[in-house]
Design a protein around this ligand. Structure first.
Ligand code: MLT
Ligand code: MN
Ligand code: ZN
Length: 295
């Protein structure tokens, strides 16, 4: 399998339009690489691709990466799109794919329901873009030669659907991870995760590669940087660091590990930061836009 990181940043991107934090300013000035919003493409032959999450930046991502350019007058190498939750950074890009070129759209029933409730997504013509409802834990062919399975990940409903009381460790169809298997290698893509529990750990034990939620370095990061009032946990994202963070929780998982979906406040964006050096020393790669990985 081949992987292409279309966007390594969390919702907002790096830089985020309204953010003057050190990372965003440095990305604007070209001192650190900018990053677009969360998406990963996968292929076997490099000709046909599945896109995991359709970010608001998908148009630019497709422009930047020649693998995703049309090969004829009206064509796209993107055969399918799968969305792992209903968050804006993962679904808004569907609106950019509305110009009557067919692809298969995979999501759970709950996530399809969110799309169906928002009539703007009717612009993505159901006659052309087939909406497939996928069941948890049931394999399906996402691409010729690649079996995918989605499974529940502790998380929450999208921000725009939050009510008074928000449960941040819901386990169901609203937040899923993806297992990809081409018969040779196994990959997992989990861009949003509130908690690594024993069940999740056991599930991903056969991974050759894991792409995982790297939103925040520490739980209080947005509060500490003055950019927000919520903890990571409240946003449904486990931090990288600390005794209960993902680096510790996944330390004994023996596979290639890649953090993706980093928020713009995350110090790992800075190549020389102690946090980046610590994450890399623990065996993690920090994803960047355009990064290609072949397994
Ligand atoms: C998240 O990952 O927490 C969401 O994408 C936040 C958002 O909607 O901006
Ligand atoms: Mn997100
Ligand atoms: Zn910022």
């Amino acid at each position: 399998m081949k992987f292409l990181v279309l966007g390594a940043a969390a919702g907002g991107g790096l830089p985020q339009w309204n953010c003057g934090c050190a990372n965003c300013n440095d990305a604007r000035a070209g001192r650190i690489p900018p990053a677009t919003q969360s998406s990963l493409a996968v292929s076997v032959d490099g000709e046909t691709w599945a896109v995991l999450n359709a970010s608001p930046d998908i148009r630019m991502q497709m422009q930047m990466l020649s693998s995703l350019h049309p090969r004829s007058l009206r064509h796209s190498p993107v055969a399918s799109v799968l969305v792992t939750n209903g968050d804006i950074d993962h679904v808004a890009g569907l609106l950019s794919l509305r110009e009557q070129t067919p692809f298969e759209l995979f999501a759970t029933g709950d996530i399809h329901h969110v799309l169906a409730q928002n009539r703007i997504f009717d612009a993505v013509n159901r006659e052309v873009v087939t909406r497939h409802q996928i069941a948890l834990d049931q394999g399906f062919e996402i691409l010729m030669g690649v079996q995918a399975t989605v499974f529940p990940i502790p998380g929450k409903v999208p921000l725009y659907m939050e009510g008074e009381n928000v449960q941040t460790d819901l386990v169901g169809e609203q937040t899923v991870g993806v297992r990809l298997d081409d018969g040779r290698r196994v990959a997992y893509y989990i861009p949003g995760c509130a908690l690594v529990d024993d069940r999740l750990y056991a599930r991903i034990a056969d991974a050759d590669i894991l792409f995982f939620d790297g939103t925040l370095w520490d739980d209080e990061e947005m509060i500490r940087t003055g950019t927000g009032v919520k903890t990571g946990r409240r946003m449904g994202h486990i931090p990288m660091s600390g005794a209960e963070g993902s680096i510790a929780a996944l330390a004994s998982l023996d596979c290639r590990k890649v953090f993706t979906h980093m928020n713009n406040t995350n110090p790992v964006w800075r190549p020389d930061s102690v946090e980046r050096i610590q994450a890399e020393a623990a065996g993690w790669t920090i994803a960047q836009d355009g990064m290609e990985i072949a397994l």
